[in-house]
Design a protein around this ligand. Structure first.
Ligand SMILES: Cc1cc2nc3c(=O)[nH]c(=O)nc-3n(C[C@H](O)[C@H](O)[C@H](O)COP(=O)(O)O)c2cc1C
Length: 193
């Protein structure tokens, strides 16, 4: 089997940047699905928005709320998986990642900068109340005013992939590459889709 050393800049990162660039007019192209493992050992999956991509460190960032279940799940087991399909490009990325939760306590300046990039509408969601708390009969969600400082439950999820499975359906036969990170070096293998 042919293995191609990719050093510290894997080919998948170039492809992902290109996929994002080519679909930049479609907001949904920044949505990916993140799967975690819950306390029963069951998979849990949900949609997140890519907020930042650090192509040098190959880390993906999403904003979230410390009070949501995914955060407790990631704190229990920081191995997670994401799946991303770019419909316009017919490309799928599946990644196995290590997650780190960045909080106001761990990096206040970073969190403040992230908070400031959000729209008022986006900020308001963080003041609706505790996620998944039951709504009483006839209770309505109040749209509280936002604050210039991020609330203490605002957080950043940093996702660092260590395996990337890339599949392109653009041409026939399809093209699939497995990228693996070993001791900071990426290696790619072409496989049968
Ligand atoms: C299009 C879309 C984008 C979303 N983006 C985010 C996001 O960036 N961060 C986030 O925490 N939740 C986001 N959500 C909500 C999550 O999918 C999920 O419902 C919520 O975070 C609670 O998940 P949990 O209970 O599994 O932790 C988004 C949902 C949709 C449909």
């Amino acid at each position: 089997m042919q293995k191609t050393p990719e050093a510290n800049y894997p080919e998948w990162m170039g492809k992902l940047k290109k996929s994002l660039q080519q679909t930049r007019g479609a907001p949904e192209s920044r949505y990916f699905q993140l799967a975690t493992c819950d306390f029963r050992g069951m998979p849990q999956v949900r949609t997140l928005v890519l907020r930042e991509l650090d192509s040098t460190s190959t880390i993906l960032y999403a904003f979230s709320d410390l009070r949501t279940e995914k955060i407790a799940e990631l704190r229990q087991c920081n191995d997670c998986a994401l799946c991303w399909y770019f419909a316009a490009n017919r490309e799928q990325y599946r990644m196995s990642c290590k997650a780190t939760v960045v909080t106001i306590q761990s990096d206040p300046n970073r969190l403040r900068a992230c908070w400031n990039t959000m729209s008022e509408q986006g900020k308001k969601q963080y003041f609706w109340g505790h996620p998944k708390a039951l709504l009483a009969d006839s209770q309505t969600i109040k749209s509280e005013a936002t604050t210039s400082e991020p609330p203490s439950h605002f957080c950043l999820i940093a996702l660092e992939p260590y395996e990337v499975d890339y599949l392109s359906l653009k041409a026939t036969p399809h093209h699939r590459m497995l990228h693996t990170k070993n001791n900071d070096e990426w290696v790619a293998r072409a496989v049968i889709p």
